[in-house]
Design a protein around this ligand. Structure first.
Ligand code: PLP
Length: 387
């Protein structure tokens, strides 16, 4: 590997900058003897609810659990259908399948990689109970239109916000310039505060990452919050008085203490991510045969993902690998085409096309200008030699 090797993500730079604060927080928890839930988790819940502008935040074990518990709290299960995107990490559809409901996949917009609201009405049946949009790669889904559809058809909305902590919704979409009254009411809201539930992940690679698994459920509804809290701890409000079949999905105190150190830096990190995306776009604007993402104000660029056209994606990935530049393909197979669903869904052309075209380039807040230039020059060269 060359000395200029660039990984897809480097978490060490962030740790080095925060080392003193994080070690103090970890030591404080170790000395307290309180390792599960406890004061750090409660304080983190208060701080993050305040940051997100929601009434209730319930810290859990993972983003997957946050989705599953949200679906359970809404009473969804066998016989129910939940509309979602094919173009996401499998935890999205898996959560729906785990509770026994049926994921119904609706294709995405090629520009934003997110659920296309215009295609949803045709997928609604009497069994449809909810919509689960994903704010993929840190880009808010079209929440205004999704909420209008949900209200019109009496559906619940669970935002899969795993990749978009800190992203803000703006009423004018980058791809369609749509604007309605409902949407403008939502302008500036942080994602995860808009639907009936928001479900976040603190997997270490996320924009706000723990040092282990972690997740968060957000809601403004007191009854749903109470149910989610019960489901987090074996379906009990009071210890040893179990009222529901629940889960063991408590957040560790250590993770909460670490997340409390990191939360005040999140806005800066997200601004840095957006600035890096802007630099990538500027340097790639004249490269033919690729489509770069739009940099919109609320986008927090969990990933910077470009489309490589004309079947050149795999050759480009190989070329970059040869130069020591790591890339990732999020996602090589849309959820509906995964072996687990055994070919039972009708094909969705946009997400299949995206799965064949996308590559995500290295991105973390401390990525240096010299590294960005090295990556964009290598990508331009890869396209040129494969022309
Ligand atoms: C879109 C999406 N949903 C859900 C999850 C699940 O989160 P976790 O890994 O914390 O269970 C992830 C994470 O990796 C994700 O990217």
């Amino acid at each position: 590997m060359s000395s200029d090797h660039i990984p897809i993500l480097d978490l060490k730079a962030q740790y080095q900058a925060l080392q003193t604060e994080i070690q103090a927080a970890v030591n404080r928890v170790l000395e307290s003897g309180q390792f599960i839930l406890g004061p750090d988790v409660t304080a983190f819940e208060t701080e993050i609810a305040d940051y997100l502008g929601v009434k209730f935040a319930i810290a859990v074990n993972s983003g997957t659990d946050a989705l599953v518990i949200s679906l359970r709290a809404l009473g969804l299960g066998p016989g129910d259908e939940v509309i979602t995107t094919p173009f996401s990490f499998f935890a999205t559809a898996e959560s729906i399948s785990i509770v026994g409901a049926k994921p119904v996949f609706v294709d995405v917009c090629a520009e934003t990689f997110n659920l296309n609201p215009a295609l949803i009405p045709a997928a609604i049946t009497p069994q449809t109970k909810a919509i689960m949009p994903v704010h993929l790669f840190g880009q808010p889904a079209r929440m205004g239109e999704l909420l209008e559809l949900a209200q019109a058809h009496n559906l619940k909305v669970i935002e899969d916000t795993a990749q978009a902590m800190g992203a803000q919704y703006f009423s004018t979409c980058s791809d369609c310039q749509c604007q309605t009254t409902t949407q403008s009411k939502l302008t500036g809201k942080l994602v995860g505060s808009i639907g009936d539930f928001g479900a976040f992940s603190f997997f270490p690679t996320k924009n706000l990452g723990a040092y282990g698994d972690g997740g968060l459920i957000t809601t403004n509804d007191p009854e749903l919050a109470e149910l989610a809290k019960m489901l987090r701890v074996h379906g009990s409000r009071k210890r040893y008085v179990n009222e529901l079949i629940g889960y063991n999905s408590r957040m560790d105190s250590l993770q909460a203490a670490i997340l409390r150190v990191k939360l005040p830096y999140l806005k800066t990190w997200n601004d840095q991510r957006r600035a890096i995306a802007t630099k990538y776009n500027a340097q790639l604007q004249d490269v033919p045969g690729i489509i770069t993402p739009k940099v919109t104000p609320g986008h927090v660029f969990h990933q910077y993902t470009v489309r490589i056209l004309a079947n050149k994606r795999d050759a480009v990935v190989e070329y970059l690998r040869g130069l020591g530049i790591s890339t990732m393909i999020y996602y090589p197979i849309p959820q509906d085409r995964l072996p687990v669903y055994d070919g039972k869904y009708a094909r969705l052309p946009v997400s299949e096309q995206l799965a064949a075209e996308v590559i995500s380039l290295p991105l973390w807040p401390e990525l240096a200008d010299a590294q960005i230039s090295q990556i964009t020059q290598a990508l331009a060269e890869a396209i040129r030699i494969n022309a």
